[in-house]
Write a protein that binds this ligand. Structure first.
Ligand SMILES: Cc1cc2nc3c(=O)[nH]c(=O)nc-3n(C[C@H](O)[C@H](O)[C@H](O)COP(=O)(O)OP(=O)(O)OC[C@H]3O[C@@H](n4cnc5c(N)ncnc54)[C@H](O)[C@@H]3O)c2cc1C
Length: 256
């Protein structure tokens, strides 16, 4: 059965780029105008024949200014959808729900001017969307961000080749005074050439809130990705006097 066009767009794969054995970036043509806010997620899926389809949520890495949608995906070998997405080719049709969802958007309402963005691997996706969007507004002088907002991003991964967007974020942070980016690896013994930060993202929160002089009343914190990091990160922030409403999270899966 063909998916209901009122609900689904006829999306197609534009690019599939391997980052590591299990990580890849997928660029998708939505097939029609697709509206979303930086930080929201799309529902992507494949048809299996008959009435059957598999769908999952994926944070959008691209900015709403870009025509194509971009996703940073981890293949879960025992999973249902990601092993299929891992094998798509340019032109492969995908199901894309028309509606983007989610409230994990940049907090421009509270008055807090600092944004501490903490991610495990693919959890950097919504932050890439924030950063690309703010960067474009900053360059064009049309920033919708009132006042002086600053973004501080910590991304954790096991290995140095797993960050996906490291080069882009390092280039942008070298140029934009409002952006700081720290990639950190948790397995330095496997990466002898690595001279950057080490440790898990949540374990670095305390160090960087001091280093960057981030105060709870001026900083919204965001936690995205692995449920263990989100839980631990939240406890650390609460102990550091962050109020609950100054912490936002996006949990990618439940531990099975
Ligand atoms: C709002 C939201 C945004 C998301 N954004 C992204 C994204 O940008 N990139 C991305 O790769 N995923 C993202 N996810 C996760 C995604 O929706 C799927 O859950 C994931 O891709 C696995 O799908 P699957 O069908 O292959 O595995 P499933 O068949 O759904 O899961 C199989 C088993 O693997 C476990 N599992 C699922 N994901 C992981 C994981 N990452 N690590 C370890 N075990 C896991 C499940 O708990 C389950 O037990 C997001 C989830 C949510 C809720």
């Amino acid at each position: 059965m063909v998916a209901n066009p009122d609900k689904f767009l006829p999306a197609r794969v534009l690019e599939h780029r391997a980052i590591s054995e299990d990580l890849f970036i997928l660029k998708v043509d939505p097939g029609a105008p697709y509206h979303f806010l930086a930080g929201q997620y799309a529902t992507l899926g494949v048809e299996l024949g008959g009435d059957a389809r598999i769908e999952r949520a994926y944070s959008i890495c691209s900015s709403p200014y870009e025509p194509a949608l971009e996703f940073f995906v981890e293949r879960i070998p025992q999973g249902k959808l990601t092993p299929l997405l891992h094998h798509v080719q340019v032109g492969t049709p995908l199901l894309l729900r028309r509606l983007a969802k989610g409230r994990f958007t940049l907090d421009l309402r509270s008055g807090r001017k600092n944004h501490l963005l903490v991610a495990t691997v693919t959890g950097v996706a919504p932050y890439v969307s924030y950063i690309r969007t703010v960067y474009r507004d900053w360059k064009n002088g049309g920033s919708p961000m009132p006042g002086e907002h600053r973004l501080f991003c910590i991304q954790g991964s096991s290995q140095a080749h797993e960050f996906g967007y490291r080069e882009e974020l390092e280039i942008l942070s070298a140029e934009a005074p409002w952006l700081n980016y720290v990639p950190s690896i948790s397995r330095p013994w496997d990466n002898p050439g690595w001279h950057g930060e080490t440790g898990r993202a949540d374990d670095l929160i305390r160090k960087y809130i001091e280093l960057w002089n981030l105060r709870p009343e001026e900083t919204t914190a965001y936690l995205c990705g692995h449920p263990g990091m989100v839980e631990n990160g939240r406890s650390i922030l609460l102990r550091a006097r962050w109020k609950k409403d100054a912490i936002q999270d996006e949990v990618y899966f439940q531990v099975g």
